[in-house]
Write a protein that binds this ligand. Structure first.
Ligand SMILES: [Fe+2]
Length: 485
């Protein structure tokens, strides 16, 4: 990029009359950017003296053009710059900023907003949250102390509050709806393939979520991810003895459980909060429009998951008898992911279809049935982050994918055998059982991958072997042949 235009919104008379002095540090910063040949500063506001344009050649290779425009920014017909600045704007005190901010967000350009102190920064941020709802913007930098603030300070008139020019800053950008998903064949893909995956699903919103996940990690808000492993069961299948074990190097933090916010950490995460408030409900609405049979109600559970190494054992996400969770969605946020090298692939076993791998590459969004899709995460060899979302449905019992089972084509089977096999693979109960028998070796290995090889894990795997053996012994030969044995 050899030209950048920065819009100074609400510029005052002093800034407009002495721009080289007022923006000396800003110009210097951009002058140090060696590839930049031209910097345009567009000063717009009702307090600049007149409409004018001047150019200043700082060197053979670097020119600053200063444009003054006596106008309200949102009423101007001139093209917007690459970024806009609102210096010490005091958004909290002036409603007149709201149409300007709506205009900036609609244009999708980042806006850097500064304030005199921490208190005003918080007030500005709260005003944005309240006045510009539903939230169609992404926080690229939450309010924080600005390293480029002025050295001089003055009294604010309120004890304990000093005013320092540009003391705090935040960076926000417009984002109408981060989930720009192609939903054209959504229903058909879910019914036939049991899985839908989108690449480049959320853009800058995902980048902002990634920063928030890393921040939660730095703040040590994530805990070890644990599961209860049964080692002894009753005749009716209920657990007599089980042990809670942590998965090696897998951490998580729940933000929403049973449709309710359960964590106060959302206050540090304005973009994850925007999913809970705005983008989640909007996504539910659009998924329901594309596939009304899903009858999604809302976000049931929202979790942040990070693993640095480690794996997830094979599991179903839930049972309909204990939860309304119906659809699992995972947004992967791993910009440095190296395909074929970093591992950590989500592996789905959508029986009777063949297993499918989803790489956790950056901004990949995957969606599948929570109750009926056996899945695991293969061992990771790099840091792996995900935002995990479960949607509830009015009728989770009716969601069951693939709901359209591919034809059984085998000339060795009689018509009656095909009829019986079809019945089996179309039944929810037997499909779970058949999948477990078919993938028993993957199933058991995945426990060692996730939890290591302690005696408890060996006992849990041994119990599972016994149970799978029993189930397998009851299956007719035709079914075993169908499963590939
Ligand atoms: Fe899962």
């Amino acid at each position: 990029m050899d030209h950048i235009q920065l819009d100074i919104v609400g510029a005052d008379y002093v800034e407009a009359s002495k721009p080289l002095l007022a923006f000396k540090s800003l110009i210097q910063l951009f002058r140090n950017e060696t590839t930049l040949k031209k910097l345009t500063l567009r000063l717009v506001g009702p307090n600049v003296s007149s409409n004018s344009s001047r150019s200043f050649d700082f060197s053979e290779n670097f020119t600053v053009k200063v444009v003054q425009e006596l106008n309200l920014y949102h009423e101007s017909s001139c093209p917007c710059g690459d970024a806009s600045f609102l210096f010490n704007a005091g958004i909290w005190g002036y409603d007149s900023w709201i149409p300007t901010l709506e205009y900036i967000f609609k244009k999708g350009i980042p806006v850097i907003i500064t304030s005199y102190n921490e208190f005003e920064a918080d007030d500005d941020f709260d005003t944005l949250n309240e006045a510009l709802y539903p939230k169609q913007w992404v926080v690229l930098k939450a309010p924080e102390s600005n390293p480029y603030r002025s050295d001089a300070s003055r009294d604010s008139g309120i004890e304990g509050r000093q005013c320092v020019e540009n003391s705090y800053w935040m960076i926000i950008a417009g984002s109408q709806d981060p989930f720009q998903l192609d939903l054209k064949d959504f229903q058909s893909r879910l019914e036939h393939e049991a899985l839908v995956v989108w690449k480049n699903a959320t853009g800058i919103w995902g980048d902002a979520i990634l920063e928030e996940i890393d921040m939660l990690m730095d703040l040590e808000k994530l805990d070890a991810s644990k599961n209860r492993l049964p080692v002894k069961r009753d005749k009716d299948g209920s657990i007599i003895e089980g042990h809670l074990l942590a998965k090696h190097a897998v951490f998580e933090h729940s933000l929403v459980v049973d449709g309710k916010q359960v964590s106060n950490t959302l206050e540090f995460c304005p973009n994850i909060q925007s999913f809970v408030d705005t983008h989640g409900p909007a996504l539910v609405m659009r998924l329901n429009q594309a596939y009304p049979g899903l009858a999604l109600q809302g976000v049931d559970t929202l979790k942040v998951q990070v693993n640095d190494g480690g794996a997830f054992h094979m599991h179903y996400d839930t049972k309909t008898s204990i939860s309304n969770r119906a659809i699992t969605a995972l947004l992967y946020l791993n910009p440095d992911y190296k395909s074929g090298q970093d591992g950590g692939e989500l592996e789905l076993f959508p029986f009777p279809l063949e297993p499918v791998l989803v790489e956790p590459a950056h901004d990949t969004f995957a969606l599948f049935c929570s109750t009926e899709t056996l899945h695991r995460v293969r061992t990771s060899r790099a840091k792996r982050r995900a935002l995990a979302i479960w949607f509830s449905s009015e009728k989770p019992d009716e969601l069951f994918f693939p709901s359209i089972v591919p034809p059984i084509l085998n000339i060795d089977y009689s018509e009656e055998e095909i009829r019986q096999l079809k019945l089996l693979v179309s039944s929810r109960q037997s499909r779970r059982l058949l999948a477990k028998v078919k993938y028993r070796s993957h199933y058991h290995q995945s426990y060692f991958d996730a939890f290591g090889s302690s005696q408890i894990v060996k006992d849990a795997v041994a119990l599972d072997h016994q149970e799978t053996d029993k189930a397998e012994a009851l299956l007719p030969k035709i079914v075993l042949r169908y499963l590939g044995f």
